[in-house]
Design a protein around this ligand. Structure first.
Ligand code: MN
Length: 386
């Protein structure tokens, strides 16, 4: 599998049948943030099936965050899946190891069963993170074998815990906080049985590219005999959680700015629409007994100009019909300034007609008739356009 750069994670992997086995019974997942090695066992293809069923179950159920409890539960489900498959296929003694990691930033969750290992290279030093579930590991712990003796012991492949037999099996769980520059190694015993920890440490420290490093480790195991299937995953811890969080904060800040821009756009658009509407509105009002035309709306808001005087006409409010007088005293809204001007002209004509009718009826020239004559000549010259 090629080296890949997925967000801030760099990794590489390789699996090989080795020199002495007919088939590769190891399975692996390299699917950030999930990395899994499973080493299957059992004759007649059963090992392939066991490790494959196990990793497929894990791929489907593993969490996407480094939560050990969720990861542990996924491994338990994988155990049940392997048991079910063994019963269905009639493969007795079919089983698999499983070392599963979820990596996010500098946090690593590990669930582990069997003798496939997880190591961490930290400041150039190799630390084994998992404890083998094997007979030789127990012997080493009891001081009855040295690690070098264990590696070549005839019983070295006897494992004491695996997926596929005990329905109550529990994986070991580890929660690790790594550092930027650390390197995580997952491998089957085909590597650790052939290459000692010192050599693994040197190669992990020396070969910077994780894919080249994984390939070189497998090559080394083959060079040393390759008596088992070999699977290696190398994951570089390149982004700490603090970095990921900073990036997350930057992203949410960008989002807030985008929302603010949208909000300003909406508000700005609304203000523009309101201003436009106001600009196109008009109303008639009374000022010093005369009808005046305003652009805008009569309502007022603090700090905002809502109306502008367009024209002071020479039309007397008291010359209008009483109903109209009342409406104008309450500010009479009209569709536009043009409409207002047309109305004023119409009222003037009406007022003149009213005055003429009054004159004809009483024979007395009313005060409005004098207004009428002056209005005729000066209706536009007296207009105060603003
Ligand atoms: Mn193996």
């Amino acid at each position: 599998m090629p080296a890949a750069h997925t967000s801030n994670i760099h990794f590489g992997s390789r699996t090989d049948v080795g020199c002495q086995r007919v088939r590769n019974e190891d399975s692996l997942i390299v699917s950030p943030p999930l990395y899994v090695v499973a080493d299957g066992m059992g004759g007649h293809n059963a090992g392939d099936v066991a490790s494959e069923v196990a990793v497929n179950t894990l791929a489907a159920l593993a969490p996407t965050i480094p939560d050990v409890d969720l990861l542990g539960r996924a491994v338990e489900s994988a155990n049940h899946a392997v048991i079910t498959e063994a019963q269905k296929a009639g493969f007795e003694g079919m089983g698999t190891t499983m070392t599963a990691c979820v990596v996010q930033g500098d946090k690593i969750a590990i669930a582990h069963v069997g003798d496939s290992r997880a190591y961490l290279l930290h400041t150039g030093k190799l630390q084994q993170l998992t404890r083998d579930h094997s007979w030789v590991a127990d012997m080493v712990e009891q001081g009855r074998l040295t690690p070098d003796e264990a590696r070549v012991h005839p019983n070295r492949s006897v494992i004491t815990r695996a997926l596929g037999s005990d329905p109550t099996m529990q994986p070991d769980l580890y929660e690790i906080t790594a550092s930027e520059g650390d390197r995580l190694l997952l491998c089957s015993d085909g590597l650790t049985g052939m290459v000692d920890d010192g050599s693994i440490q040197a190669m992990l420290a020396r070969i910077r590219d994780p894919q080249r490093c994984a390939a070189a480790l497998v090559k080394e195991a083959i060079a040393n005999g390759g008596s088992d299937n070999i699977t290696v995953i190398v994951v570089d811890i390149t982004g700490t959680n603090a970095k990921a969080e900073r990036r997350e904060r930057r992203r949410s800040r960008a989002w807030i700015i985008l929302m603010l821009v949208a909000l300003v756009g909406i508000i700005g658009g609304s203000i523009f629409a309101a201003y436009n509407w106001m600009q196109n509105s008009a109303y008639l009002a009374e000022k010093d007994g005369k009808v005046v035309i305003y652009r805008g709306i009569p309502d007022s808001f603090p700090g905002i100009e809502t109306h502008w005087l367009v024209e002071e006409t020479d039309l007397n409010v008291k010359d209008l019909q009483p109903g109209m007088q009342a409406r104008i005293s309450e500010n009479y809204p009209v569709d536009s300034v043009d409409e207002a001007e047309r109305l004023v002209e119409q009222y003037k004509l009406q007022a003149e007609e009213d005055a003429a009718a009054e004159e004809a009826r009483t024979g007395i020239s009313s005060s409005s008739s004098s207004t009428k004559s002056s209005a005729k000549g000066s209706s536009s010259s007296s207009a105060a356009k603003r």
